[in-house]
Design a protein around this ligand. Structure first.
Ligand code: LHQ
Length: 262
């Protein structure tokens, strides 16, 4: 029996795939879902044999945000702030901190904290059946789960304001046009196309990708000079990896590199 109740887990070809598995609720998030994702992110950070992550949803939804029934019927009396700090913040901060590529394969509705989950990932591929909504305003809430951080950076502040204030649904084609997703593919090809990208990334020099992710995270909040300085610092680290030696050797020997992620 799987040790996870709410997610399916596959680890093969150096790729860890986490499939949210509450399809009857469009994979809405409960404390257990968030806890299980965080446990897997911890495992992924420790395991050298995991070199890429994919997060997707079972059934017709990706993730409809907080499970509102579960939230309403929760027994403990945590404030919403506590709930966010305990449940969502560890999930999205660990995705950002994980020095490995994380791809969201958005297979269907993506709303509220589910949008926060997708936005925290490095790359988003979407099915042509995917649709995106901020959802918060629909239930009288302000945005959370890091959506106010990522959305204006990805699509610009005016579009972000429009989506937060109106809760309009964005279909996959519009999401691609506005830069919310990297690529849209037919629904029945989403998992295969995502897998193709994941395989490529899992064979790439993982340490260099991790350092690049660190620099990208930091670049959002620093001056150009500080970004240059941080890049130079990280390049010192990258240049000490086995994959750097292999990359240069393979180039001079005119053969494809065999990166091992070290
Ligand atoms: C759901 C949900 C759901 C439970 C669909 N929960 N069952 C919030 C609260 C407090 C603290 C902290 O933070 C947050 C953060 C947030 O995430 S706020 C945003 C919460 N999410 C929403 O408000 C989205 C609610 N869902 C929807 O608006 C629709 O379901 C969308 C537009 C996502 C999809 O619409 P449809 O494709 O028409 O599907 P559906 O509505 O028929 O849903 C299918 C089933 O899933 C249905 O159950 P049923 O028993 O009737 O078949 C829904 O009740 C259930 N479901 N979302 N969040």
């Amino acid at each position: 029996m799987s040790e996870y109740e709410t997610v399916l887990v596959d680890h093969s070809d150096s790729i860890l795939t986490i499939t949210l598995n509450r399809p009857e609720r469009l994979n809405a998030l409960t404390d257990t879902v968030a806890r299980e994702i965080v446990a897997l992110l911890k495992q992924a950070a420790r395991a050298d044999e995991i070199r890429c992550l994919v997060i997707t949803g079972a059934g017709k939804g990706f993730c409809a945000g907080q499970d509102l029934e579960a939230f309403q019927s929760r027994s403990e009396g945590d404030s919403i702030r506590k709930h966010l700090e305990k449940t969502y913040h560890p999930m999205v901060t660990r995705i950002r901190a994980l020095e490995k590529p994380v791809i969201a394969a958005v297979n269907g509705a993506c709303a509220g904290a589910g949008l926060g989950l997708a936005l925290a990932c490095d790359i988003r591929y979407a099915s042509d059946k995917a649709r995106f909504l901020t959802a918060f305003i629909g239930i009288g809430l302000a945005p959370d789960s890091g959506t106010t951080y990522w959305l204006p950076r990805l699509i610009g502040p005016a579009r972000a304001a429009e989506l937060f204030f109106t809760n309009d649904r964005v279909d996959a084609a519009a999401a691609e046009r506005m830069g919310l997703v990297n690529r849209v593919v037919p629904a029945d090809e989403l998992q295969a196309v995502t897998r193709e990208l994941a395989r490529r990334l899992a064979q790439a020099p993982t340490k260099a990708i991790g350092l690049g992710k660190r620099a990208l995270n930091r670049s959002l909040d620093v001056s150009f000079e500080e970004a240059l300085d941080y890049e130079a610092h990280l390049q010192e680290v990258a240049a000490r990896t086995q994959d750097f030696v292999e990359g240069v050797t393979a180039f001079t020997e005119k053969r494809p590199p065999n990166f091992v992620g070290k």
